[in-house]
Design a protein around this ligand. Structure first.
Ligand code: ADP
Ligand code: MG
Length: 330
């Protein structure tokens, strides 16, 4: 059997079984956005993400400044998805010999901008020769154990909610890949090149204590919903026409797809927050969205596990999606 057959997530499931953690201080090991370890009464949060040239980015469309910032941001989003507070990080780089010093200095300027904006400190890393650029960040954060939101925790009857709009980053990538930097509106392209982690929103949701589970949308709405459902042992229904789309997305999607929802449902890298909360908290959620100026949309509801994941189309027709989102090996 090869990785194509089991896919990225089939592989992670196996690793999780082979390598179960034994220390009682491990509150959450493999299986969530970050690992959670209890330390001196606090919850230590640890997460890592890798960016590989040719797989995650292409030097022809992302400049080193934005690349540095983005490398940090994709990690910050995982801490946001727990409602945590990011603090310190390490960065390891694989670099080709012919890379210019100015590329690296711009990369670190972008990284520095990220550290200033999100108040985190770089505390170390590692450097090696590589044929292609490889960037790995390990980010450490902290949280209050009682406030943290895991992927597990969603209950039948809960609402399924998402922040912001979906599909912009993936549509931005499509534009970059087909037409280049000038091929479409800046708004969509910037969502791909300079995403924004929902740190403040994640913390506000965690502190308000009304949500039951949370994940960030990094691989795509459907696949990340599936991760939340699997960890919680539940199913869900999503109303397609409720999936929040930006004005620019609506305008530009027609040139790229016959199905206006396909990219919003399956495209990745929006770094929005997807969470569940019981219906009686709707008023509180609206006022939180209003006070932070971040739209939060109710896109579905949690069902018993046997119902699986169902999408309800505008005409009322129901289907169970087969293609969910990005998997490195499929
Ligand atoms: P995210 O999209 O939030 O970054 P992933 O889908 O990458 O999450 O990972 C899901 C879970 O699997 C996380 O707990 C992550 O730490 C873990 N994981 C991913 N790859 C590996 C690996 N090679 N070995 C051990 N754990 C892994
Ligand atoms: Mg995540």
């Amino acid at each position: 059997m090869d990785l194509r057959e089991i896919g990225e997530f089939g592989l992670i499931d196996r690793i999780r079984k082979w390598m179960a953690a034994s220390d009682a201080a491990v509150i959450q090991g493999i299986g969530d956005d970050v690992a959670v370890i209890e330390m001196a009464g606090k919850a230590l949060l640890v997460t890592t993400d890798i960016l590989i040239e040719g797989i995650h980015f292409d030097r022809s469309w992302i400049d080193p400044y934005r690349l540095g910032k983005k490398a940090l941001i994709v990690n910050l989003s995982d801490i946001a998805a727990m409602g945590g507070n990011p603090k310190y990080f390490l960065i390891s780089l694989g670099l080709p010999k012919d890379l210019s010093l100015s590329f690296i200095s711009s990369f670190y300027r972008g990284l520095k901008e990220g550290t200033r904006k999100f108040r985190v400190d770089l505390v170390g890393g590692d450097t090696s020769l590589s044929q292609k650029i490889v960037i790995n960040i390990c980010l450490i954060g902290e949280g209050r154990k009682k406030n943290l939101l895991f992927r597990r925790g969603a209950r039948v009857g809960d609402d399924l909610l998402v922040s912001g709009t979906l599909g912009d980053a993936a549509l931005g990538l499509k534009i970059l890949q087909t037409k280049g930097l000038m091929g479409g509106p800046k708004g969509l392209i910037e969502r791909q090149l300079s995403p924004c982690p929902r740190i403040q929103l994640g913390q506000a949701i965690a502190e308000s204590r009304f949500a039951t589970a949370m994940i960030d949308v990094s691989d795509g709405l459907l696949i990340d919903t599936t991760h939340l459902l699997e960890e919680s042992g539940v199913g869900a229904r999503i109303w397609e026409e409720r999936v929040p789309l930006s004005r620019l997305y609506r305008k530009w999607i027609r040139s790229y797809s016959k199905d206006p929802y396909q990219i919003a449902l399956c495209g990745g890298e929006d770094y929005e927050l997807l969470f569940t909360a019981p219906p009686e908290t709707r008023k509180k959620i609206s006022s939180l969205a209003l006070s932070l100026g971040t739209p939060i949309t109710r896109i579905g509801e949690i069902l018993p596990q046997k119902e699986g994941l169902q999408i309800i189309r505008e005409d009322g027709k129901k289907y169970s999606p087969t293609r969910l989102g990005f998997d490195h090996f499929k």
